[in-house]
Design a protein around this ligand. Sequence first.
Ligand SMILES: [Zn+2]
Length: 378
Amino acid sequence: MIRSYESRHGTQVPPVIEWLFELPAAAGQQVLRHLDLAYDNFFNPSHPAGYPQFKKRGQRLRVSFPGQTVEVRKLNRHWAEVRLPKIGWVRFRLSRSLGGTLRNATISRSGTGWHVSFGVATGRKPGPRLDKPGCGVDFGVAASAFVSTEDGPRKMPETLTKAERARLKCLEQKKARQLAYAKKHQGGRYSSRLRRTIAQIAKIKARQANRRRDFTHKLTTDLAKNHGYVGIEDLRVINMTKSAKGTVESPGARVKAKAALNRSVLDNCPGERRRQLDYKCRMYGSELRVVPAFHTSNTCGNPACSKVDPASRPGCGRLFVCVQCGFEDDADHNAAVEIDARARRTGGSVNNSTRRRLTASSPGSSRRRLRETRPALG
Ligand SMILES: [Zn+2]
């Protein structure tokens, strides 16, 4: 069905956006609402959000519906179906019970297929204060997380098996080959085979992301449920994982190595862990205490000493040996103990954070930020 719309000024809606009319009206309104919120957050100086990112039509396929337009009925223990406007009843695998009043539904597409998720009002109150000792957690690269009250690190299991890694590498090479062919002979037009390769890569990557998410959720739930408070570092992930590429005039050094390090930092999704801990701690009656990150790995964990010296980490290895008192510990555990000590001392309000965006609160700052982002737009 093709319709053309004329606006008040007589300009026609370009045919490229005709597919928009296939979208249910309620879903379109929901998109506008999201966009409005995105701009609000951007112009709010105390909100860390940047300029809204525009997406291609096929990128991150995701449509939201308000609760009044959808209906869910359970078929049996494992299956249910949802009625979506303009689509009708769609069966889906019930991975968990809804457990509340339906407020909205979102259908999204990942490499493994289509998913539906529901926002529900559970009416759940924050839990009563947990009467348990607190802990500090160091999120590292070698040890995915080290809890100050535990003897060993918590390692994230391999997110891909050996065979999956091999297959992924093979597919990536195939994709590069097919891309080169498309550029040379097809004028850049993607062949169906290339599209199929891209879909196969996306499927493996989605599986990897699911396993990572599974570990993250289990870790944060366990931390929030079993500790009176959880101390974490106030890490600036964006600054930590900047590319070492440099510019054309002054190219950076060890770019590949830094990229690999960035990948392993992001593999542990520190920002997502913090977000989850924030709401889970409130839910279970625990408390999230964010402490400044300066020198946590160089401070001696011996309470009688607390000497800060980078030389205590010989060769930047996994061992911590205090230069003053000779105290020895695993470097990550030592950092976790220091984080715990800071969380206990300060009660966990970050007061000397150098987070640029969060501290920017002068009236001109939002305009300044807009100017900063403008070159990227043009
Ligand atoms: Zn010491």
